[in-house]
Design a binder for this molecule. Structure first.
Ligand code: PMP
Length: 413
């Protein structure tokens, strides 16, 4: 029995059925069977959290708080840290952005996902570096220039566009050396290396359950409690209020409750904790890296296909590869892959518009110059490069097989 829940076979346009090749795991991962089982086991007891007496409420409150403890444990939390359950990574960064004290300068690289770009107003934007080492040096320079200011650096751990892994532990060291804090977007690292999150040295970590094989609508913002305890509640309402006077003024709770107003997402929290427990000690990398090598080698062998990358080709990465196929409308290509080959991919700019546009332009340029160096004949057969305004992304994880990769490569061929 597969350890993830899958639809099994899907019908193709020509009437044949094939096993679905889900190569869009970075957008939303399938559900781990242990996660579905944990949720199903809890459902008969489903009741209110923090809001009632009786067997159901007691059990649900206990499970919710145990889920919080599991996350804290896996993140290596100390007494000054807290775990807040959010809706997703986007929600987590919006919450953190509201909790950052007045006068704090936020520093973010241009390469970020919108979730870690748009919530920061007036951030100091650092141009996207061309290597992990360049990222470390650029951050050190920027922080040196901001000496004397309160600074929060916010950075991704792994790119959802290129899969490239950022040197977060080194960036955290640089940040701390300069008296700054660092927030880490672990949306794409958590599903590939959940056991590594504790070693990142991050002051704050954000990630989403639905990318971590735990698709029940919850995410996490975890990290140092002081800013969060001092901030206005993210949502005003029940649960966040310790006492409300007759005139409606509230004294707010401290701790995670302050930012979790309203009835919390019990199933989402339990799902995340179950997934983290199941995956923390697993070697996910060996299989994934072998699939990654297979896919990248296959793509490199295809003329008119070019991979998007910010860092050098041999940089460390997780199972995410974006590429351009000039001359083919990416949306139409994705539909063909789906209907004729049973493959799910993503196309677009992946909610990282500035980065993806730039990498697309570079990849297209590399292809164009490669082709112009060839014969007149191949130039005449060259694709229309004006159509490559969007990229195609293949991403994978638990449940992906060599056959899925080979099927994509054959279809692209
Ligand atoms: N950061 C990264 C790196 C992501 O890949 C994503 C999802 N594409 C997000 C943040 C936002 O996650 P969510 O949509 O779950 O809020």
């Amino acid at each position: 029995m597969s350890e993830i829940l899958t639809p099994g076979e899907v019908k193709l346009r020509d009437g044949r059925s094939v096993g679905f090749a889900n190569l869009d795991v970075a957008a939303t991962a399938p559900c781990l069977r242990v996660v579905a089982d944990a949720v199903a086991d809890l459902l008969p007891y489903y009741g209110s959290v923090h809001r009632g007496a009786g067997a159901l409420s007691e059990r649900c409150t206990r499970e919710y708080e145990q889920a919080r403890e599991t996350v804290a444990d896996i993140l290596g939390h100390g007494p000054d840290d807290t775990v807040i359950f959010t809706r997703n990574t986007t929600d987590a960064f919006n919450l953190l952005a509201r909790a950052v004290p007045e006068g704090t300068t936020v520093v973010a690289f241009d390469a970020e996902h919108h979730a870690n770009l748009l919530p920061w107003r007036d951030a100091v934007r650092v141009p996207a570096p061309r290597s992990p080492q360049e990222a470390i040096e650029a951050l050190a320079r920027v922080l040196h220039g901001l000496k004397g200011r309160n600074v929060l650096v916010s950075v991704t751990a792994a790119s959802n566009v290129t899969g490239e892994v950022w040197p977060v532990a080194e960036l955290a060291e640089v940040a701390h050396r300069h008296g700054a804090r660092i927030a880490v977007d672990a949306a794409q690292l958590a599903p590939h290396a959940p056991g590594s999150l504790a070693g990142l040295g991050a002051d704050y970590i954000a990630f989403s359950g639905h990318k971590l094989y735990a698709p029940f609508g919850a995410g996490v913002l975890a990290g140092r409690a002081d800013w969060l305890d001092a901030a206005e509640p993210y949502l005003a309402g029940g649960g966040a209020s310790a006492h409300v006077a007759d005139d409606g003024t509230a004294r707010w709770a401290t701790g995670p409750a302050r930012h979790e107003a309203g009835t919390p997402n019990l199933l989402g929290a339990v799902a995340i904790a179950t997934a983290l427990r199941a995956l923390r000690d697993r070697d996910l990398a060996t299989t994934e890296q072998a699939l990654l090598r297979r896919l990248r080698a296959g793509l490199a062998a295809l003329p008119h296909v070019e991979e998007l990358r910010l860092f050098p080709a041999d940089a460390e990465r997780v199972g995410i590869v974006s590429f351009t196929v000039p001359g083919r409308d990416p949306g139409e290509l994705a539909v063909t892959l789906g209907r004729d080959h049973g493959i799910g991919v993503r196309t677009g700019l992946f909610c990282a518009h500035p980065l993806t546009r730039r990498l697309l332009a570079e990849a297209t340029g590399r292809l164009e110059s490669g082709i112009s160096e060839k014969s007149e004949k191949s130039r005449r057969g060259a694709p229309d490069f004006s159509q490559s305004a969007q990229a195609v992304r293949a991403s994978f994880g638990i449940g992906t097989t060599e056959e899925h990769i080979d099927r994509l490569l054959a279809a692209l061929q």
